[in-house]
Write a protein that binds this ligand. Structure first.
Ligand code: NAD
Length: 485
């Protein structure tokens, strides 16, 4: 692997690139090589003040006066420009996150471009209604932007999760401050440059890089920010809810998960083996909706787990920039340590290690690589069955009938997603109706589309992203009464 140095990166505030006010920077590390690949501005409270001022000024400037259709055209162009730059942006995504280039180039950056163009189409189709009321009055509603929307995103899908927020926010006329995770700021900065290039007015999209504790907190507490759209850890989400309370901000939260993937004995078992393994190992398991709890019918448990373990052992970590690689590097040293800690806990609590379990390397002696790992004999009360590991670790639990499968699936503080594998159509719909999860996949797993809503039940979040439903979370309704008497 050759050394890559992308140089110094600045903040985008009011259409201009600038250093942090206090000149601080932070390194960005390639988790596959452990090399520093960029030095990025590490913003502070003064920079947040400047970004909020720029975003508020932009609301009152040409952006606020632009027609909805024109706004949509700009958002569309941003998607078009992202497609034109797709190879470069996908490479950046892989360099700072460690994900296979196949995932960035062929799935996630294309999905980000599609999301921009999907919401571009909505820009001139969001409108109010007339309301029949008693008495002599004309009553109508207006759908208006919220104002300044701050998007705070994690490191696992750095650009895609940013765009899930930025696209509907811009299409509905808000201005945006985007704060990427400190580990993975490069593709958000690239998006900022594309927005400048296609002609967004200054201040409409601002990019602030820096630590969550400093910049994130300053954004959440800022009285000039109207809404926080957050994706990240559930405990961070709880803190954001508390901090946002003082200024009563609008909030959408996409948080953690411990999603069950339920395999009944009557399923197409070969398809289920593939669905269960990609359901946990896509994105190195650093996926909020990862199917990290396999619930398997006791009648087929041993045979099914043997097949899952066999397939898992064939998955070998590789250079993320190699198009053939399907398992990349864990995103950071601290995340690798966290995952390994959970593997130790699993062993200590009595689960049986069926595959993986250790750090590995790809022949370079560098990088945060981890073997894909499967545990059998997991009891529902074990830590690895309850806590989100956010890595390539599958915990297999058995069940004896449909009711126990549903009860075990719902036995979690989380409710982001779930999978059901069966050939019995009645059972499939029945189980889907009983699962407390924002998305249920039947005979498939981990599929997404911009037109389909995504979000969590229970402590997996508040609100929905993508689809027509997202528009509600970026607009507010004004009711106008006109006396006709
Ligand atoms: P994190 O909560 O540590 O960080 C997320 C973002 O919040 C980062 O930009 C971080 O800098 C910022 N942040 C941290 N502390 C903050 C604070 N006090 N105030 C404001 N901002 C703060 O999460 P992570 O480790 O980067 O991401 C992993 C988590 O994200 C997992 O729990 C995963 O399940 C979740 N996730 C959820 C979804 C979903 O759609 N539900 C999608 C992807 C990831």
């Amino acid at each position: 692997m050759s050394a890559t140095m992308l140089g110094k990166k600045q903040l985008l505030i009011g259409g201009e690139w600038r250093d942090a006010a206090d000149g601080k920077t932070m390194p960005v590390v390639n988790p596959a090589t452990e090399e520093v690949i960029a030095d990025v501005a590490s913003a502070g409270a003064a920079d947040v003040d400047a970004a909020v001022a720029a975003a508020r000024a932009a609301l009152a400037g040409p952006w606020g006066k632009m027609s909805a259709r024109e706004r949509g055209r700009l958002v569309w162009k941003l998607g078009e420009r992202l497609v034109a730059q797709i190879d470069d942006v996908a490479r950046l995504e892989t360099l700072h996150n460690g994900k296979p280039i196949m995932e960035s180039r062929h799935i996630e950056i294309p999905a980000a471009a599609e999301c921009l163009q999907y919401f571009a189409g909505w820009a001139d189709k969001v409108h109010g209604e007339t309301v029949p009321v008693k008495g002599q009055a004309l009553v109508y509603t207006l759908r208006e932007p919220l104002g300044v929307v701050a998007c705070i995103v994690p490191w696992n899908f750095p650009l895609l999760l940013a765009v899930w927020k930025v696209a509907p926010a811009l299409a509905t006329g808000n201005t945006v401050i985007l704060k990427p995770a400190s580990q993975t700021p490069l593709t958000a900065l690239a998006l900022g440059q594309l927005a400048v290039d296609v002609g967004f007015p200054p201040g409409v999209l601002n990019i602030i890089t820096g630590s969550g504790a400093t910049v994130g907190e300053a954004i959440v507490r800022h009285p000039g920010v109207d809404k926080i759209a957050f994706t990240g850890d559930t405990s961070t989400g709880r803190g954001i809810m508390r901090s946002a309370a003082d200024t009563v901000k609008h909030l959408t939260l996409e948080l953690g998960g411990k999603s069950p993937n339920i395999v009944f004995a009557d399923a197409d078992l070969d398809a289920a083996v593939r669905g269960v393994t990609t359901g946990i190992f896509y994105g190195k398991g650093e996926v909020c909706a990862a199917g990290s709890r396999l619930l398997v019918d006791k009648a087929i448990k041993d045979a099914f787990l043997a097949k899952v373990a066999e397939r898992t052992k064939k998955m070998v970590a590789g250079d993320p920039l190699d198009p053939k690689t399907r398992l990349g590097a864990i995103s950071s040293k601290s995340q690798l340590e966290r995952v390994l800690k959970y593997v130790e806990l699993g062993k200590q609590e009595g689960a049986t290690l069926l595959a993986g379990g250790s750090r590995t390397d790809i022949g370079t002696g560098k990088g945060y690589f981890m073997q894909p790992t499967v545990f059998g004999d997991v009891r529902p009360d074990m830590t690895i069955a309850r806590e989100e590991i956010f890595g390539p670790v599958l915990a297999a639990i058995d069940f004896v009938d449909v009711d126990e499968a549903i009860a075990r699936a719902n036995d979690s503080i989380y409710g982001l997603a779930a999978g059901v594998w069966t050939r019995d159509i009645k059972k499939a719909h029945y189980v889907a109706s009983k699962l407390k999860a924002g998305t249920v996949w039947v005979n498939t797993y981990n599929v997404y589309d911009t037109a389909a809503p995504f979000g969590g039940y229970k402590q997996s979040g508040v609100g929905r992203e993508m689809s027509v439903h997202a528009l509600d979370y970026y607009t507010q309704v004004k009711t106008v009464w006109v006396d006709l008497s």
